[in-house]
Ligand binder design. Sequence first.
Ligand code: SAH
Ligand code: SF4
Length: 393
Amino acid sequence: MVAVLGAPVEMTAECVKTNLLGLTQAKLDEFFITLGEKRFRTQQIMKWIYHFGVSSIDEMSNVSKVLRERLKSCADIRGPEVVSTDFSGDGTCKWVVRVASGSCVETVYIPDGKRGTLCVSSQAGCVLDCSFCSTGKQGFNSDLTVAEIIGQVWLAAKSFNSVPAKSDRAITNVVMMGMGEPLLNFDNVIDAMNLMMDDFGYGLSKRRVTLSTSGVVPAMRRMIGLTDVSLAVSLHAPNDALRNQLVPLNKKYPLKTLLAAVHDYMSVLPDKRRVVTFEYVLLKGVNDQPEHAMQMIYLLKDVPCKINLIPFNQFFSSGYERPSNNAIRRFQVMLQQKGFNVTVRRTRGGDIDAACGQLVGQVQDRTRRSVRYRDQQQKGSEAELINVINMAS
Ligand code: SAH
Ligand code: SF4
């Protein structure tokens, strides 16, 4: 029996220490209160973890030795295990990290002038099986914990600080656009994004934290009033028939339902200048034709938005091709001529397989959840489809 911060705690061989990484202010407050400590410890400890990137309680030099010893007996700081780090010729950096389930996920840093964007994963694999996405082809293994999500920011920030030549690198933006569908891991993603925006965490503004979703409508509605991060929606098709093929989730939540949820999320944000971003992967001969641009113009005519065109990034046996530069430009110009703000995402980190949709990690699909999801889609059983989505949410 040892006394931890005044409270006796049974320490056994199996005793699992609390991971301080990933606890929000509220949860860290609870932790310290349970231990009979004052609340101010929360901010003190958070500064050490997120501002200084320490991974050991011993490094917290303004915490008394007695308290450090007590803390060490019941808590620690455990980031995800880095399996490999790759630097691309264009400055992009990719980490492969192993998570508790044994799968590996990927995190990508993309420097661009003064901006440094970190693309963070939320799940090992993805159940939603979009036809053009290599993550979806891996199946699904596990939701990432809060520590595993915020841990990706933590390890990237730490690695830049520890390499003097790269210390000019900073994470100015985080996008939840790595592996997985963030809204199917709702609570953990919300906590992790709160830590990104917390002044004692990474202090990023809500505009600089972006959640990308393929359109999990009930979860989008749960976000309303709960968070005000920037919203990106993976559209990829201007009509339901085509979107059903590319993003099977559309059969459950078609465009009309999706756009209503986007409207409701955006309309409660106090700053009326904020707009949703629609991502649109351009697939040669599939969704890149003038008729598709015309349909987009009609579909989005009343939606304040930005459109981000993503030329398809090839992966083995995808069956799709990237359109020519001319076709991409033609699509962009048609939308621009109708007054839309349209950007084309440059491919970054292609030489290290770090571009959008190329993230594969190593997913051990032990859950069979994605197989059931595909089966139910083929059988067209709506009730079962909802079950599988609900299980994942
Ligand atoms: N699940 C979320 C976030 C992760 S995917 C979502 O779907 O929005 C991040 C973005 O990469 C999405 O817009 C997705 O459609 C896009 N993407 C997936 N596969 C791609 C590929 N092969 N080439 C280009 N973009 C891709
Ligand atoms: Fe999942 Fe997003 Fe890939 Fe679709 S595009 S399979 S939702 S990660």
